[in-house]
Design a protein around this ligand. Structure first.
Ligand SMILES: [Zn+2]
Length: 357
């Protein structure tokens, strides 16, 4: 009595970094004061979180084993493909290539290389369905919870503070140019409306009328507004959103943005209605890696334990279509996610994930 359908795809996670025990761009995601101080320090030295150096990893059996276990865990959760959003050490690619030489990986892996280590000369397509370089990740602003995302008007609960913009439109366009020229996907972290606007300006400058074809991405795209949604649709910019963030952030978003702006935030339904191409990614470890947990948040707008959050929701067909892709493989589940009660979807068991090789 199992159900089979398109496999779940995670377009933005940090599975490899977590598996390797590496420091994350966010440090400890629950320490919001620490995160704000970190963002300020990084901004003061004209750097971005994707350009900060990290302690180099050693490629050995330990690292290869850690990565393989991390990917196997992702497959157990029903994923057939995941994108590591910001690879900050070439050791990951080296270790994955060695694993791949032994056979198929537990899930298909895509890599977005952090702007700090990306070099056009070093980046080569593999042409391998199991392991492919996707593009380069840039980082335009901070986070909402830490009050460091870049806003057009001050935070409702922070006197006059409009957050931190790490990259302006010109800098992004200039830095992304050699990668765009070589055909790599450009993906930029932008959460606040001022950052989203700057990234759209940068993409417009960089790609001009070729923008829809290049399909550059905005990661998170949380503090939306009607003018930004229209521009994303017109430019063909892709939004990569996090299914559980609207729920997890519901309280802090209302406090930080005030009721009017909060009304337009996390509106994946509005993006889809406008014709924007939307991808989904957990942003694990900031949120759970389980796609079924994310799916339940999208359906209910409430926390997994039933606590009310009142976040925007998506209709079931839309939500499942957003999170799964036939081209990447199939998943076998214990129950039909279209029939299960919305607040019980996260309890569905994964029987098997079958990535397409
Ligand atoms: Zn992330």
């Amino acid at each position: 009595m199992s159900w089979e359908g398109p496999g779940f795809v995670d377009h933005h996670a940090h599975v490899l970094a977590v598996s390797a025990g590496a420091a994350l761009e966010c440090g400890d995601a629950s320490d919001l004061t620490g995160l704000r101080d970190h963002h300020r320090r990084v901004s003061e030295r004209w750097s971005t979180p994707m350009d900060e150096p990290v302690r180099p990893l050693v490629v050995d059996d330990g690292l290869r084993g850690d990565l393989e276990r991390g990917l196997a865990r992702a497959a157990e959760l029903g994923l057939v493909e995941l994108t590591e959003a910001g690879v900050r050490d070439w050791a990951y690619l080296e270790a994955l290539l060695a694993l791949r030489a032994r056979g198929p990986l537990p899930v298909r892996v895509r890599l977005l290389v952090a702007s700090g280590i990306a070099e056009p000369g070093r980046m080569q397509r593999t042409g391998d369905p199991w392991l492919e370089l996707e593009g380069v990740k840039f980082y335009a602003d901070g986070w909402l919870g830490s009050r460091t995302c870049a806003l057009r008007q001050p935070f409702a609960d922070q006197d006059g503070d409009i957050g931190i913009l790490f990259l302006d439109a010109d800098t992004l366009a200039r830095r992304a140019d050699p990668f765009a020229e070589a055909g790599w996907t450009i993906a930029t972290h932008a959460i606040g409306d001022r950052a989203i606007e700057a990234v759209l300006d940068g993409y417009e400058r960089l790609f001009g009328s070729d923008c829809p074809q290049a399909a550059p991405r905005i990661e998170h795209a949380q503090v939306l507004a009607p003018d930004l949604v229209r521009r994303m649709a017109d430019l063909g910019v892709v939004a990569c959103v996090q299914p559980s963030f609207a729920v997890a952030d519901a309280r802090t978003a209302r406090a930080g943005l005030g009721p009017e702006r909060a009304e337009h935030a996390y509106r994946w339904d509005v993006l889809l209605d406008a014709g924007v191409r939307v991808l989904s990614g957990s942003d694990f470890p900031v949120a759970p890696l389980s796609p079924l947990a994310g799916l339940q948040c999208l359906l209910t707008g409430d926390h997994l334990d039933g606590r009310r959050a009142g976040a925007p929701t998506l209709a079931r067909e839309r939500a499942i279509a957003l999170m799964s892709e036939e081209r990447a493989g199939t998943v076998v589940l214990s129950d039909d996610p279209y029939q299960m009660a919305e607040d019980e979807v996260s309890g569905i068991e994964v029987v098997e994930a079958r990535p397409r090789g």
